[in-house]
Ligand binder design. Structure first.
Ligand code: 26V
Length: 828
């Protein structure tokens, strides 16, 4: 975007810049056969990525060798989602060469930010769970931990969101169409994965490795993404025993479809089968590859749990339990009891949601047909487990049925994951408590020591050092460099909360970031945002429990207020939304349409610039990096008890935004850390919402009838106030009134409006506001993923770091240049 904004934390030597420049220019010629003047931005981007590939090669090799020869345990993080976003900038940052590259390119008249934007945003995930997985990879590499990611290489990432007349439409995200600079295809490491019984279908899983670069420590870890392929010409591709080219190709296409898209629509039987196939492919291919590497170290399989920890990220990879058992029983010929203890000791599981509709279950018939041997093993696991339960709870049939792995003709994946792991964790204190006392109470009573909490965190490298380089610089100027590698040291920053010079500095940084976002909005939407207004941000998946609707109704109320009293004293506000709705989720899509409709009304009304609303299209990791540094206010307003943790709340806090939120998920810990003067809390608590669910006592119609403000906005949804067909928003009228407002939107409305009033008043005292911002930044260190990751390492995985020999940038560049010149001599 802005070529002027250098990220230089330190003086970079000229010789490094020159070497880098030479490597870049050589690459343009070697890779694309062009000179600088001929090169398109995309060619420049790929050449720069190729320079980075050269620079990490030796470290990658060294890291692999170190892991293969060390006594240390290795961690494998299995996840159906990895929401990586773009890697060029963060790779350069982690290599310690961002400033060098920036300078080298500037001297050639190239803006590095523009090249960064030529990279496709790898959106191999939905939201929180997938981004968390990406943050873990960053943290494992930066902490010198032998940690590997295992996932799927979807041909299409999460859909691209476009608005037409305010409605969301989904377009395929062909992120791979021009090739992907960060992947290395490893055909030699392909493995076969088997489905079915009578007609066995063999799928070739081909790995693509993505290097994961540690923060200035010479570590390069690996994310291995599996792609489904048919082995052309192999027996798996023969139809009815005779070669029929066309049907062979059709068959290949159906096999390759397994890794076509993330979360295929599961409303049909075929769709469900495809999801189950994906999950098994991920698990089976990963375990085969893990076992192969393990055996190459000449260690006995019975010691697997001493050297390998396998983590199950939510239930999607829970088939790791029966698949590991299958390998140990059928291929390694280990007896059941021994195999079972190895399995449990190797595996651990994280739960990420308490929503019943997201707790996975598969129909037994489908399972049997697709994975007969795996089903048999699950059945045996279930029998052993129910037998043990019977000894503990004789005669308690109901309890045993509630806990069984197979019940009601369904396989309960969460139960399978709990039974087959030695550790089960939630992702924030409240969430773990809810798992232990409600959702998984029976299991927690039975296995008390398995359950533990690991509050989420976020990679401060991406979300602060990289996304908000100016703030990072201000912090370093104030408290020194320690926090870069030890984010807990950010706490020092709080000592300067009253320093007016610092307050002005952070205000200036925020203003620049707001200008950057305003520029984007102006260029893309032709809408002018005032950077003097409060930038109030709600960015996350659209879901009823996240209550974007509460935010929208409150904006309508504010609008009504301003219309009634045009001179009312309100600090100008810009409400900014971002987020995708699941393609089949009607109410979520209606929420997007509602917010866009409200935005249309408000932005076209002359309100002395008091109010603006914008819904940013196609929210993804890259857009988050633009929005989060520009936010003044962070909306974290889920129904208490529903949001497992939230991680956007942490990213926004780290960037000095003030939270307005409920006592839900990690908001509770954010409040504890920041202090209650530095956050705006409102609304029902989780105990209160639980009591209403259990005992009743809430009637949304009563609120509607007794509260004029609420009644007005509710009527505006359906009385023609909105320029939309008559029934467009009746879905909200139904859910809030006819279905008694399951998420307590109306119940919390007044508390929410009142909290906004407090916030508005506080913003008028700019010094007080900046003090709050500094305190939030200072206390965000405990939400850095390095803290979370250290807890996983110690309590769950029991693993230690392995440190490679460190090398200076200069030496890395010299070696790479030497390789480069050797190569060019050879080419002459
Ligand atoms: C559920 C579903 C159901 C519909 C089809 C697609 C799909 C995909 C994933 C899931 C499970 C979602 C779990 C999830 O993303 N949870 C989020 O995890 C974050 C990291 O722990 C946490 O901060 C969020 O609060 C939590 O919602």
């Amino acid at each position: 975007m802005d070529c002027e904004s250098g990220n230089d934390f330190s003086e970079t030597g000229n010789s490094e810049v020159e070497k880098f420049q030479t490597m870049f220019l050589n690459k343009l010629t070697a890779v694309h056969g062009v000179c600088l003047q001929q090169a398109s931005p995309w060619q420049q981007y790929t050449a720069l990525a190729a320079v980075v590939r050269d620079l990490i090669g030796a470290d990658w090799q060294q890291t692999k060798q170190l892991y293969a020869t060390s006594e240390t345990k290795q961690v494998y993080y299995l996840s159906i989602e990895f929401l990586l976003g773009r890697l060029l900038g963060s790779n350069l940052l982690n290599l310690g060469l961002y400033d060098v590259a920036d300078k080298a390119l500037s001297k050639l008249g190239i803006c590095i930010n523009e090249l960064e934007q030529a990279e496709p945003d790898a959106g191999l995930g939905n939201g929180g769970l997938g981004r968390l997985a990406a943050c873990y990879l960053d943290s494992m590499a930066s902490g010198s931990l032998p940690g590997h990611g295992c996932g799927l290489r979807y041909k299409y990432g999460l859909f691209e969101q476009r608005f037409v007349e305010g409605m969301q439409y989904e377009y395929p995200d062909g992120w791979l169409k021009d090739g992907y600079a960060w992947e290395y295809r490893r055909p030699d490491d392909a493995v076969e994965v088997m489905f079915g019984k009578d007609e066995i279908e063999t799928v070739l899983a081909v790995p693509y490795d993505v290097p994961i670069i540690g923060y200035q420590n010479n570590v390069v870890n690996t994310l291995r993404l599996w792609s489904a392929e048919a082995a052309i010409g192999s027996s798996a591709c023969l139809i009815d025993g005779h070669q029929d080219c066309q049907s062979e190709i059709d068959n290949c296409n159906s096999i390759e479809a397994i890794t076509n898209i993330l979360y295929p629509d599961d409303s049909t039987y075929q769709g469900k089968v495809l999801r189950l196939k994906q999950q098994y492919l991920l698990v089976s291919a990963s375990l085969k590859s893990i076992l192969r590497d393990y055996k190459a170290q000449n260690r006995p399989v019975k010691d697997l749990d001493k050297y390998v920890a396998i983590h199950i990220n939510d239930t999607h990879p829970a088939l790791a339990v029966p698949e590991l058992m299958r390998i140990l029983l059928d291929e390694e010929h280990i007896a059941w009891d021994r195999a079972w203890s190895i399995t449990i000791n190797t595996l651990s599981y994280t739960n990420h949601t308490v929503l019943p509709e997201a707790l996975e279950k598969w129909p037994v018939d489908m399972f049997k047909a697709l994975l007969p041997r795996i089903y048999e093993i699950i059945n045996d696991i279930n029998e052993h487990f129910c037998h043990d339960l019977w000894l503990c709870y004789p005669g308690e049939w109901d309890k045993i049925a509630q806990m069984a792995v197979i019940a009601d003709n369904q396989v309960h994946m969460a139960h399978l994951a709990i039974v087959g792991s030695h550790s089960v964790n939630g992702v924030a204190k409240l969430h773990t408590e809810i798992l232990k006392t409600q959702v998984m109470k029976n299991f927690s009573d039975y296995y008390p020591i398995k359950f533990n909490n690991k509050t989420n965190g976020v990679a401060h490298r991406r979300w602060l050092i990289k996304a908000n380089a100016a703030l990072a610089k201000t912090i370093t100027k104030t408290i020194g460099e320690d926090w870069l590698k030890q984010p807990a040291a950010l706490a020092e920053f709080a000592k300067y909360a009253d320093d007016s010079g610092l307050q002005q500095d952070i205000a200036a940084v925020k203003r620049t970031n707001k200008l950057n976002l305003a520029k984007y909005v102006w260029e893309k939407y032709d809408i002018r945002l005032s950077v003097d207004s409060i930038f109030d941000v709600q960015i996350k998946r659209i879901h009823s429990y996240k209550r974007q609707l509460l935010n929208a109704l409150h904006i309508m109320d504010l609008y009504n207020k301003i219309k009634a009293q045009p001179n009312i004293d309100i600090t100008p506000r810009t409400f900014i939304f971002g987020g995708k709705a699941a393609a089949g989720y009607y109410e979520a899509k209606a929420t997007i349409k509602l917010i866009n409709t409200i935005a249309g009304i408000i932005n076209n009304d002359k309100l002395q610039d008091k109010l603006k609303v914008i819904f940013l299209e196609d929210y993804n990791v890259s857009l988050a990096e633009l929005v989060i540094p520009a936010a003044d206010v962070s909306e974290q307003i889920s129904t208490a008890g529903k949001e497992a943790s939230g991680t956007g709340n942490m990213k926004l806090m780290m960037n000095g935004a003030i939270t307005i939120g409920t006592l839900d998920g990690a908001n509770i810990e954010i409040k504890e850390a920041a202090g209650e003067d530095n956050i705006f809390i409102f609304g029902l608590t989780a105990n209160q919402t639980t009591d209403f669910y259990k005992y009743g006592g809430y009637h949304s119609w009563d609120i509607y009838h007794s509260d004029d403000r609420i009644k007005t906005v509710m009527e505006q949804l359906v009385n023609g106030f909105m320029p939309v067909p008559k029934d467009e928003f009746s879905v909200f009228y139904s859910s809030l009134l006819h279905e008694n407002d399951q998420y307590f939107v109306l119940k919390d409305f007044n508390a929410y409006a009142e909290a906004h009033q407090r916030l508005d008043n506080r913003f008028k005292d700019q010094a007080a506001w900046r003090r709050m911002a500094i305190n939030n930044i200072a206390q965000s260190g405990r939400f850095a993923i390095d803290r979370t990751f250290a807890e996983y390492s110690e309590d769950i995985w029991t693993v230690n770091p392995v440190r490679p020999q460190e090398e200076t940038n200069e030496a890395t560049l010299d070696k790479a240049c030497a390789r480069d010149s050797r190569a060019s001599i050879l080419m002459q």
